[in-house]
Ligand binder design. Structure first.
Ligand SMILES: NC(=O)c1ccc[n+]([C@@H]2O[C@H](COP(=O)([O-])OP(=O)(O)OC[C@H]3O[C@@H](n4cnc5c(N)ncnc54)[C@H](OP(=O)(O)O)[C@@H]3O)[C@@H](O)[C@H]2O)c1
Length: 332
């Protein structure tokens, strides 16, 4: 293994100084009891990065509290805090925690994921939030092999991972939505059997048509807005609808009849608000079911582009454009 020299200071992208991230030097964090220190080789952007940057911008009424941006990382463990026995120095890891746009990150050892041999950090860093969120959502819905799944906003970075997880866990049929006809192949390559282009087709009608009028067993909804309402009538009796994202906004007017007559269960999941006790369960399910599929190349993130941390403005611009397909990776 390459010899790693830990300096006192590290480069990091800070939010809270203005409308853009600022590349600066901050102290390298030290692992406390139960924590590990990770040399971060690559970090991936998330949909939440820009809203959090804007909320912190003191020049436009934001709270002005500085923090290291970013959520996903991949690298190797270089120091162990007191009491950590499940990891050793040199282990290849990946994970999802705040403050990942930096050369080093500290993480609670319980929530670090093993990075399969041969999976490059630039690929691995784009997986953890998708793996944890999508597998957690499927588990919340009580998904079992042989059930059908509808994924709205299936072209989103985490939606594409959700489709691959559902396929890998034995979904009988995966239906995915996009607004953009040009993304059909992207969805098909991720394992989506039936693509619904919502700018051209009615989501409810198309889903019922694709399922012989029955509807799907499980919905993973990344879009919300009126799409969430349309999902209810597209779900089978006793089915589960899990809201994950609000790409079209958080407000929806729903037909309660659709909910009640079908005996549906609606869930909300928010990985960022997951309590430690719940996270332990999510990781316990992920390790045997999903990490082997990652190791066998059945689950791969879609990466829009990879930039060096010094080119952070390019990453922010690409995120703002709304044209990125998949994750933008930042090399610290
Ligand atoms: N619950 C959680 O724990 C959790 C965790 C991570 C992310 N999320 C949420 O999940 C969602 C997806 O995250 P991401 O980072 O994977 O997203 P992303 O990659 O940025 O998704 C971008 C894609 O979403 C689609 N989209 C954008 N605006 C839309 C709209 N108004 N209506 C319908 N589709 C729209 C577009 O695809 P088309 O052109 O194909 O329509 C776009 O290419 C976000 O809302 C995010 O905040 C939730």
């Amino acid at each position: 293994m390459e010899k790693i020299v830990v300096t006192d200071m590290m480069r990091a992208l800070i939010s809270g100084r203005g409308p853009e991230w600022v590349l600066t030097e901050v102290p390298v964090p030290q692992p406390g009891p139960g924590q590990v220190l990770i040399r971060n080789r690559a970090a991936a952007t998330n949909n939440a990065d820009l809203p959090m940057l804007a909320e912190a911008d003191p020049t436009r009424g934001g709270h002005g509290k500085e923090f290291i941006a970013g959520f996903e990382y991949a690298g190797e463990i270089i120091a162990l805090g007191a009491g950590v026995e499940t990891w050793k120095i040199g282990d290849s890891v990946m994970g999802s925690i705040p403050s990942s746009f930096a050369e080093y990150v500290v993480a609670d050892h319980r929530f670090v994921l093993p990075r399969p041999t041969g999976l490059a950090p630039e690929t691995a860093c784009a997986l953890p939030t998708g793996l944890l969120t999508e597998h957690g959502a499927l588990s919340t819905a009580g998904f079992v092999s042989g059930q059908s799944v509808l994924i709205t906003g299936a072209s989103s970075a985490i939606g594409l991972i959700g489709a691959q997880i559902a396929k890998s866990l034995g979904a009988s049929q995966i239906i995915g939505t996009t607004r953009t006809a040009g993304k059909r192949d992207l969805l098909t390559e991720a394992g989506v059997d039936t693509v619904i282009v919502t700018d051209e087709q009615d989501l409810t009608e198309a889903t019922l048509a694709a399922t012989g009028g029955k509807g799907v067993d499980v919905v993973l909804d990344h879009v919300a807005g009126q799409t969430f309402a349309q999902c209810l009538s597209a779900t089978a009796v006793d089915g589960h609808v899990v809201n994950i994202g609000r790409l079209a906004g958080p407000v929806s007017t729903i037909d309660i009849d659709a909910l009640s007559y079908r005996h549906l269960t609606v869930h909300g999941v928010s990985f960022g608000f997951t309590r430690d006790v719940e996270m332990a369960g999510i990781i316990a399910g992920l390790l045997p079911e999903v990490i082997p599929a990652v190791a066998h190349d059945r689950i791969r993130p879609v990466i829009d582009r990879t930039v060096n941390i010094t080119d952070f403005a390019q990453a922010a611009g690409r995120l703002r454009s709304g044209e990125a397909v998949g994750k933008i990776v930042i090399r610290p």
